[in-house]
Unconditional design. Structure first.
Length: 324
């Protein structure tokens, strides 16, 4: 064994023997195949093919759109479905019925386009939409019954805190669910889901809320501005949680103690609280950020604000009662 190792160390290899343990395998094609001489050309062709596919997809979504929409609207009207309500109602945004409508009007493939052009396809899609709408309404009715039952189970000796959450056109059902969960833990008075904000019984909202949504009084309002004005008319102080040049830090002395009752508006994950809504609010309040970014996830920020409100109110009660 030692002799073999020494000889191999000098660079000599024994003749190939299929059964010898030290015999190196024979490689009839030891040389690597030549590299592609036109790799850039291949990349360009690949990019061109992807670009062509994208253009084809866009073409499928554009050609004949008006005709498909008209045929589907006629089919929906024939079975008593209001197409305008389907496409414009905030309650139906993101629903299975609206997705079915969109996939017919804007097919994204050659197969989808071919199906949409079949004579009876519009009627078939209309019936599917009608069924999905009935299914959604049934789920909503069941949710309302369970929600009312859950609210009736809340202990009467533990009234909600005078705290309201207003969600201004959130796009994430996960964020809405997390905020409802926090609202239940903080025992807030009400949560207003405004505009396109996902609202129970949205499945993703309920999943993230982990059973908490049923115990939180909440409602959907078409306009955040309308909700804010209604709250102010009821004597509720309304703040917007937003980072602007005019915003005041949430822990500023000028805000202490926080007013009661209080409503806090939380904005869309991308554009924040609508500027019109900001102008209607009594104050703009922000959380200090010490990193590169200037904001937190909206659900995280909501929890900070809720527990700061509870802390300040509890502290104020202790001061009133002479507790040091």
């Amino acid at each position: 064994m030692t002799i073999w190792v020494c000889v191999l160390a000098l660079g000599w290899a024994p003749a190939h023997h299929p059964t010898h343990p030290l015999s190196p395998p024979r490689h009839p094609h030891r040389h690597r195949p030549p590299a592609c001489a036109d790799r850039d050309g291949d990349d360009r062709r690949h990019q061109n093919s992807r670009s062509t596919a994208r253009l084809e997809e866009e073409r499928f979504g554009v050609e004949g759109t008006a005709d498909r929409r008209a045929r589907l609207h006629t089919a929906l009207a024939a079975i008593g479905v209001d197409a305008d309500e389907l496409t414009e109602s905030p309650d139906l945004q993101g629903s299975a019925a609206l997705r079915t409508y969109t996939s017919f009007v804007h097919p994204r493939s050659a197969g989808g386009l071919a199906n949409a052009e079949k004579p009876q396809r519009a009627a078939t899609i209309a019936n599917s939409i009608a069924f999905l709408l009935k299914e959604q309404r049934a789920a909503a009715d069941e949710w309302l019954c369970n929600h009312d039952r859950a609210l009736s189970e809340l202990p009467a000796d533990r009234p909600p805190h005078p705290l309201v959450i207003v969600l201004d056109n959130l796009r994430s059902a996960a964020n809405t669910g997390n905020m409802l969960r926090a609202a239940e833990a903080a025992r807030v008075r009400h949560v207003y889901c405004c505009g396109m904000t996902p609202t129970p019984p949205d499945a993703k909202v309920l999943k993230t809320a982990v059973g908490s949504a049923a115990y939180v009084p909440h409602s959907h309002v078409g306009s955040t501005l309308e909700a804010v004005r209604r709250l102010k008319a009821e004597g509720v102080t309304v703040w917007a949680a937003e980072t602007t040049a005019r915003s005041v830090r949430y822990d500023a002395r000028a805000l202490r103690p926080w007013p009661r009752p209080l409503a806090i508006v939380f904005g869309n994950e991308v554009i924040g609280v609508d500027t019109e809504v900001q102008e209607e609010c009594d104050a703009l309040v922000c959380l200090p950020c010490h990193g590169v970014k200037n904001s937190l996830n909206v659900a995280t920020a909501c929890s900070v604000f809720l527990w700061e409100a509870l802390r300040q109110w509890e502290e104020a009660v202790e001061v009133e009662n002479g507790v040091e």
